[in-house]
Design a protein around this ligand. Structure first.
Ligand SMILES: Cc1ncc(COP(=O)(O)O)c(C=O)c1O
Length: 393
């Protein structure tokens, strides 16, 4: 059976150029960049090229790029640093939103339990942060504001530029989790007064297990780990060379083709949405259909058991998901959709489809055909179940 992979916000398939570049540094071009001999030199040189490519993807200087083990680690490092650097006796105050990725939500839960003041600003039905609440929350004694650039479940684009300027005007550090933004929309830290920006290679056809933290000024960051002087001491430990080289290759290729890929993914997503809405009754788009990243749609199939629909699509070869990859093993409704005001049953009936440059028009049309048939079957089944229950009751 042909696989139709529409879960690209969970992870993307590495490009063949990425795999080949990684294989080279795991083969004849291996080495430890800390070594003072030629094997070390060749790896150091390859790292310089990769770092430059990753920096260019976000408009940064190469020395502002810190390679880490994941987007999760990059996010955690910022929060940990802010808490560790706070003056003795100061109650740390962090402002964030209710729709962040679990790597931030869980960190905030943990820090909240240790006495840190966490203010989670609500969002509206479109998944947009409520500006007045944010404005009020960012007090001069706030130590960090952290707001995601693009939501992983709905694709909503948050107003990070406006938030960055607000934080700058109040002298507050600003971090953005840009894991779902980088590689899907133009990102330039030269035009955005952001202090930290986290992203991860596997969302734009790089390898898993390699993330990057952009750090405007290294004076503002304490490392999470302690050890050698790798990454300027900000991320000690022998570098993940295959990962770094793979991320550099993916970054270079994505930057070269960003506009085309963006347009292509948007055309597939729009075709998919229009066909679904035309062919299947009672389907709604969750979130803002304008302020949205190019590859994502989150659809509410009224009166359909979303978990069953994901499983039935999987049997047909179509991969998609409910909520995010880090949380969707749990049979709980998406906290992101709940924060946007959807009821529990609406959240359970919602599914995310996320496209990549590898998808095709055939993928879209085949998935819509499966969806039309499966929604009809599942709705018939649930109507029958309800009428049986009514008879018994
Ligand atoms: C918005 C967002 N932030 C952070 C992460 C975490 O990245 P990683 O998988 O590299 O830990 C993800 C990935 O799922 C994400 O979508």
């Amino acid at each position: 059976m042909r696989e139709v992979y529409l879960d690209n916000n969970a992870t993307t398939k590495p490009l063949s150029e990425v795999r080949e570049a990684m294989m080279r540094v795991m083969g004849e071009d291996f080495g430890n960049p800390s070594s003072a001999h030629s094997a070390g030199d060749r790896v150091r040189e390859a790292m310089v090229v990769a770092r430059e490519a990753v920096a260019q993807l976000v408009g940064a200087e190469a020395d502002q790029i810190v390679f880490m083990g994941s987007g999760t680690e990059a996010n955690n490092t910022v929060f940990n640093s802010v808490v560790q650097r706070a003056p003795m006796g100061k109650r740390v105050r962090i402002v964030t939103t209710t729709v962040e990725h679990s790597s931030i939500v869980k960190m905030c839960d943990y820090l909240g339990g240790k006495g840190v003041e966490i203010v989670s600003v609500p969002v509206d039905r479109c998944g947009q942060v409520i500006w007045e609440a944010l404005d009020e929350a960012v007090t001069p004694d706030t130590d960090l504001v952290s707001v995601q650039w693009v939501n992983n479940e709905t694709g909503a684009i948050l107003p990070v530029e406006r938030i960055a300027r607000l934080c700058q005007s109040r002298g507050v550090l600003f971090h953005t989790d840009a894991a779902q933004a980088v590689g899907k929309l133009p990102v330039s830290v030269t035009e955005l007064p952001v202090d930290f920006l986290a992203f991860t290679a596997h969302k734009f056809h790089g390898p898993q297990g390699i993330g990057t933290l952009y750090v405007r000024s290294s004076k503002e960051l304490l490392p999470l780990l302690w050890g050698g002087s790798q990454e300027g001491g900000l991320r000690p430990g022998t570098e993940n060379i295959p990962g770094i080289i793979g991320m550099g290759t993916a970054a270079r290729l994505r930057l070269e083709r960003l506009k085309d890929v963006q347009g292509f993914m948007a055309s597939l997503r729009d075709r998919f949405e229009q066909s679904v809405i035309a062919q299947i009754p009672d389907v709604e788009i969750n979130g803002d259909s304008d302020m949205r990243v190019c590859n994502t749609t989150n659809l509410l199939f009224r009166d359909v058991n979303g978990q069953a629909l994901v499983a039935r699509l999987d049997q047909e070869g179509v991969r998609c998901s409910q909520s995010s990859a880090c949380t969707n093993q749990r049979p709980e409704p998406s906290y992101v959709l709940r924060a946007m005001g959807l009821s529990e049953s609406e959240a359970y009936a919602s599914i995310r489809f996320s496209f990549s440059e590898f998808n095709t028009v055939e993928d879209v049309d085949e998935t819509v055909a499966h969806l039309a048939r499966l929604c009809e079957q599942l709705r018939r089944f649930s109507r029958r179940r309800l009428s049986l229950l009514a008879e018994v009751g």
